[in-house]
Every structure is written in C-alpha cells, then in structure tokens.
Design a binder for this molecule. Structure first.
Ligand code: AP5
Ligand code: MG
Length: 207
C-alpha cells in the first residue's frame, strides 16, 4: 500500500525477483486491458485517466482470475484500495485456501508526490519505471530499448485528485489492517535501495 508515487511499483519489481513472487499491480492490469483495445478497456480508460477508482466488483472479478491462475506467492501492488476490496480479498483468500502474510504501507510526505510522479516515465515493453529530469529528451528505455511513455493520469491536476481519492477511499484500509498484527509502515522518503532493505528485513522474518 501507499499513496500515488510512494514507490509501490519500484519496490514490487525488485521484491518479485528476490523473493520469487508474482507481482500483481492492479494499475498495470487495468492499463493492460486498455491497451488491448477492448470495450471494457475503453470504459476503464474513462475512469482511471481521470484519477478515479474502477468499481470494486469489477476490480475483484478481474483479479480473482489472475490470482487463481498462479500457485506462487503474490505481491499485490495497489490492492486493496477500499475497505470493500479488503473484505473481498479476505473472502478470496479463504476460498483459495491462501493467506495474507504481511501488509506493507510505504509512507511518503505529500509534498514529495507531484514532483516524483511528473518525473516518472515507464517502458511500454518491459515495464521499467524511471525517474527522468525535467524536459529529458530521451524516449527510449535504457534497459530494453522500448518506448518510454508518460501515464495520462500523471499530470499535476490528476495527481492532486488521485491524492484526494487516496485519502477518502484508501486510507481507511490502513485502519482495517492496523490491528491485524500483519501491518507495518516503511519510510518511503529514503533512497529506493534503503526502502528495499527495510522491506527485505520485514519479509525475511516471515520467509
Ligand atoms: P496505480 O497504477 O496503482 O497508481 P498509484 O497508486 O497512483 O501509484 P503509482 O503507480 O502512481 O505510484 P507507485 O507507488 O507505484 O510509485 P512508483 O514506484 O511508480 O493505479 C492507477 C489507477 O488505476 C488508479 O488511480 C485507479 O484509477 C486504478 N486502480 C488501480 N488499482 C485499483 C484498485 N485496486 N481499485 C480500483 N481502481 C484501481 O514511483 C513513482 C516515481 O518515483 C518514479 O519516477 C520512481 O522512479 C520514483 N521513486 C520511487 N521510489 C523512490 C524513492 N525512494 N526515492 C526517489 N524517487 C523514487
Ligand atoms: Mg505503480
């Protein structure tokens, strides 16, 4: 968990390698549906490009198919995002005879968010997340040579709206988990390497 720009994607990519997990970013899943050109994708684009959340029921039904198709441990990035989704995740885990091991909140002061997000580029091909300098010319991924793009919901106005949605709908999920004994907060306002080390220390204990 974490607000927009907290570093969920950056950390999940590293964690999936080191801990051999399947990384499921619900944002990436939705962007994949949009890229497929389907009717559902067109409806989703109208919602997420404005910075709003897709309906809980739709999100859960899309996710359950992906979760049931893997036996690997899973790192959810950006899910659950509402209390209803957290309750549905509990039900899903029970149905699939799985359990939640750890809930990690990456915290970040809000004055860091807009700068981080408007400097982000992502590779269409390999998914690499990059921080670029203002007016950076290069549009090529240094990892795979794929095309770098800016997400349509990454304008300063949309980011501000996403933060409002985060406060209203997602922060209550923190209360849902806080007394579960599985919830921990990590300081996201450090180098990505230090954030990773802190998360690694938590996960090593439950390995
Ligand atoms: P989603 O794609 O999940 O977006 P988000 O939650 O707003 O988070 P971001 O992806 O913007 O940030 P991040 O925390 O992953 O940060 P990153 O690592 O990229 O969701 C998008 C939309 O999809 C939602 O608004 C909603 O519409 C819909 N959606 C998704 N899930 C949903 C759900 N469950 N239910 C309903 N709707 C849903 O890093 C950001 C930048 O910072 C990068 O440039 C990176 O290089 C840099 N950075 C990272 N870490 C550091 C660090 N430690 N120091 C300095 N810079 C750093
Ligand atoms: Mg992300």
């Amino acid at each position: 968990m974490g607000c927009p720009g907290a570093g969920k994607g950056t950390q999940s990519v590293k964690l999936q390698e080191v801990f051999h997990l399947k990384h499921i970013s619900t944002g990436d899943v939705l962007r994949g549906e949009i890229a497929s050109g389907s009717e559902l994708g067109r409806q989703i684009a109208g919602i997420i490009n404005q910075g709003n959340l897709v309906p809980d029921q739709l999100m859960i039904s899309i996710l359950e198919k992906i979760v049931s198709a893997t036996d690997k441990g899973i790192i959810f990035d950006g899910f659950p995002r509402t209390v209803a989704q957290a309750q549905a995740l509990d039900d899903m885990m029970q149905r699939l005879q799985r359990q939640i091991s750890q809930v990690i909140m990456i915290s970040l002061p809000e004055n860091e968010v807009v700068g981080r997000i408007t400097s982000r580029r992502q590779c269409r091909k390999c998914g690499e997340i990059l921080h670029v300098e203002p007016n950076a010319g290069s549009t090529v991924c240094p990892v795979c040579g794929g095309e770098l793009y800016t997400r349509p919901d990454d304008t300063p106005e949309r980011v501000k709206h996403r933060l409002e949605v985060y406060h209203q709908d997602t922060l209550p999920v923190k209360n849902y988990y806080q007394n579960s004994g599985k919830y921990i907060e990590i300081n996201g306002n450090q180098t990505p390497q230090q954030v990773f080390k802190d998360i690694q220390t938590v996960l090593e204990k439950i390995k």
